[in-house]
Design a protein around this ligand. Structure first.
Ligand code: BGC
Length: 393
C-alpha cells in the first residue's frame, strides 16, 4: 500500500447544483417541461432532496466526514423570478447557506449559474438572445454581495455542455453518452461574452474566479491519423474553445467522468464489453486526470477539479472509482500539475436531469421522508481529506 499525499492546503469537498437538490424549483425553465403532459423528460424533479430546507443537515454531514469545501449553485430563477425583480428572501436564503458553511468550518465554493435559467429568460430566447449577455451580467451584479467569502467562484457551469445540450440547437435533452449535438456558435459566443463580463464583476470582490469546463476525453486508436483529424475538429467547438476562453481567469475548473472513442466516422458510445455506469458511460477513473492535464496545457492556469464521480448503486465501486481518479490526479501533480482541490460529484443523490435513477451521491436519502443516509464512500472520502492523502489499496 502506498500513501499518495496531496499538496498543503489542498481543498477536499463535494458539489451539488440548485435544481438537482433543492426541490420545488417551479420558476425554472426545466419545471414546465418536466410536468407537461407527454413530456420527453422521464421524471420531474419535484421536491428533489429538499435541500432548500435541509441544507444545514447536508453541510453538517459533509463537515463531520472531514471534507472542508462545499460547492453549490445559486438558483437564478429564485433570485430573479421576473426580469429585474430581485427576491431579497432568496438572497437571504443563500446567505444563510454560506453562513452555515462557515459555522461548520467549511469553505463555500459558489457556482453563479448551473444549467437552469428563469422561465422569463428561456421564454425570451435564452442564450440565443444577444440580451442574454447583459442579463447574466446583471444577475452576477445582484449576487456579488454573496460572493465575498467564497473560496472560489465559478461563473457558468460546464459552458460546453450548456452550449451543446441545455441551450444548444436541439434544446434541452438528457445527457447522452457518445455523440453530442453541434453547439450553436451564436450561443457559444454569448456564453463566452457573459463569462468575461462576470469575471470582471467578480474580480471586484477579490475572490478567485473561473469556470468549469467538461472535457470529454476524446481518444483515437494509436496511428489513426484520419481519426485524429476528425477528433480535433470535433473537439474544438465542443470544449477547446471554452478552455481557450478561460485564459486570463484565476483558475480553470475541470469536470470529467469518462472518455469517448473517436474514429474517422466520429464518436462512438461506450462499447458493450466494458464496464458501464448507470449513465451508460465507460468506467474509466483516469478521465479526470487526463482532463486536468488538458485544461492546464491549454490555459496555463491552476486547475480545480470541481466535479468527478460515478453513477452507481454499488458504493464500493464508487470508492474504487474515486481512488483510481485520485491516484491518476496525484501522478499529474507529481509531474508538476498545479492542482487546487478535488470536489466529488455529488454530495447527495440527486436529479440527474430527467431521472433519479443514476445515483452519484455520497449521501442517499429516503424519497418519502428525506431522511439522509450517508454511504460508506462519504466516510472514506472524509478520511482521505483528513489525511490529505489517498492509499492505493
Ligand atoms: C453536471 C451535473 C451532472 C453531472 C453528471 C455534469 O455534467 O455539472 O449537473 O449531474 O455532470 O452528469
Amino acid at each position: 500500500m502506498t500513501q499518495l499525499t496531496f499538496p498543503d492546503g489542498f481543498l477536499w469537498g463535494a458539489a451539488t447544483a440548485g435544481h438537482q437538490i433543492e426541490g420545488g424549483n417551479v420558476n425554472s425553465d426545466w419545471w414546465p417541461r418536466e410536468v407537461a403532459p407527454g413530456s420527453d423528460i422521464p421524471e420531474p424533479s419535484g421536491d428533489a432532496a429538499d435541500s432548500y430546507h435541509r441544507y444545514r443537515e447536508d453541510i453538517a454531514l459533509l463537515a463531520a466526514s472531514g471534507l472542508n469545501t462545499y460547492r453549490f449553485s445559486l438558483e437564478w430563477s429564485r433570485i430573479e423570478p421576473a426580469e429585474g425583480m430581485v427576491s431579497r428572501a432568496a438572497l437571504d436564503h443563500y446567505r444563510r447557506v454560506i453562513d452555515c458553511c462557515h459555522e461548520f468550518g467549511v469553505q463555500p465554493a459558489i457556482t453563479i449559474y448551473h444549467f437552469t435559467t428563469p422561465r422569463w429568460f428561456a421564454d425570451d430566447g435564452g442564450w440565443r438572445n444577444p440580451a442574454s449577455v447583459e442579463r447574466f451580467a446583471r444577475f452576477t451584479e445582484i449576487v456579488l454581495p454573496l460572493l465575498d467569502t467564497a473560496s472560489h467562484v465559478f461563473t457558468i457551469n460546464e459552458p460546453n455542455i450548456l452550449a451543446m445540450i441545455f441551450a444548444g440547437k436541439e434544446g434541452n435533452q438528457q445527457i447522452q453518452a457518445g455523440a453530442l449535438p453541434d453547439p450553436d456558435p451564436v450561443v457559444t459566443g454569448h456564453i463566452i461574452a457573459a463569462h468575461r463580463r462576470a469575471v470582471d464583476l467578480v474580480r471586484t470582490t477579490g475572490r478567485p474566479v473561473g469556470w468549469p469546463v467538461a472535457p470529454q476525453q476524446f481518444y483515437t486508436d494509436p496511428g489513426d491519423t484520419r481519426a485524429a483529424e476528425v477528433m480535433r475538429a470535433y473537439a474544438y467547438p465542443r470544449e477547446t474553445v471554452f478552455l481557450e476562453a478561460s485564459r486570463g481567469d484565476d483558475f480553470v475548473g475541470v469536470q470529467a467522468y469518462t472518455r469517448t472513442r473517436i474514429t474517422a466516422d466520429g464518436p462512438l458510445p461506450a462499447p458493450d464489453d466494458v464496464e458501464q455506469t448507470l449513465t451508460g458511460w465507460e468506467y474509466y477513473p483516469p478521465a479526470i486526470a487526463e482532463a486536468a492535464r488538458l485544461a492546464h496545457d491549454v490555459t496555463g492556469l491552476p486547475v480545480f477539479v470541481s466535479e468527478n464521480g460515478i453513477a452507481t448503486a454499488d458504493d464500493q465501486r464508487r470508492i474504487d472509482y474515486t481512488r483510481g481518479a485520485l491516484a491518476a490526479l496525484h501522478a499529474e501533480v507529481a509531474r508538476g500539475l498545479p492542482l487546487i482541490g478535488y470536489l466529488h460529484w455529488s454530495l447527495l443523490d440527486n436529479y440527474e436531469w430527467g431521472s433519479y435513477r443514476p445515483t452519484f451521491g455520497l449521501i442517499g436519502w429516503d424519497r418519502e421522508t428525506f431522511e439522509r443516509h450517508p454511504k460508506p464512500s462519504l466516510a472514506w472520502l472524509g478520511e482521505v481529506a483528513k489525511a490529505n492523502a489517498v492509499d492505493t489499496e
